[in-house]
Design a protein around this ligand. Structure first.
Ligand code: DQA
Length: 151
């Protein structure tokens, strides 16, 4: 079965207790359940991962890219958290691994502080979903699947 990665960056393990007025009350375990259900609907096997460490995220991007190259994986839905706004290394990893990525943000980053308006990931993303809360993960999975399997 083809897999899809859902990667989560720093502080997303705190979902449910961290700034609920911005990110809601849903936990990361709830998001995993949502993604598992949608991946199942789409006939995909889910790899759901979270790390607070940039290097770990880069390693997973490389791993997913290698699996895309062998046809085992479709691509990744990626919420890079604050690394979105700082990490040229993540930009280079996605580009270098040729990993199809849909970038997702729970909050509407463009309606927040100016430092959140810049994304180093968007230029190498296949698509971007922002501001739909955790339902954005479902939209991102559907978008990735549609973009890569429907001609
Ligand atoms: C976020 C937005 C980022 O600016 C922030 O640093 C996060 C979460 C979101 O999902 O809305 O950690 O990626």
């Amino acid at each position: 079965m083809t897999s899809v990665y859902v990667l989560n960056g720093p502080n997303l393990n705190l979902l449910g207790t961290r700034r609920p007025e911005v990110y809601g009350n849903t936990t990361l375990a709830d998001v995993e359940d949502l993604c598992r259900q949608e991946a199942g609907n789409l006939g995909l096997e889910l790899e759901f991962l979270q790390s607070n460490h940039e290097g770990q995220l880069i390693d997973w991007v490389h791993e997913a890219g290698a699996r895309v190259a062998t046809g085992e994986c479709l691509g990744a839905v990626f919420n890079p958290g604050a690394y979105t706004h700082t990490s040229i290394a993540l930009h280079d990893a996605i580009e270098g691994a040729a990993l199809p990525v849909v970038e997702v943000h729970i909050s509407n980053v463009h309606a927040r502080e100016e430092f959140r308006h810049r994304s180093y990931v968007s230029p190498v993303a296949r698509g971007v979903v922002v501001g739909f809360g955790v339902y954005g993960y479902v939209l991102a999975l559907q978008g990735l699947h549609h973009a890569l399997t429907v001609s």
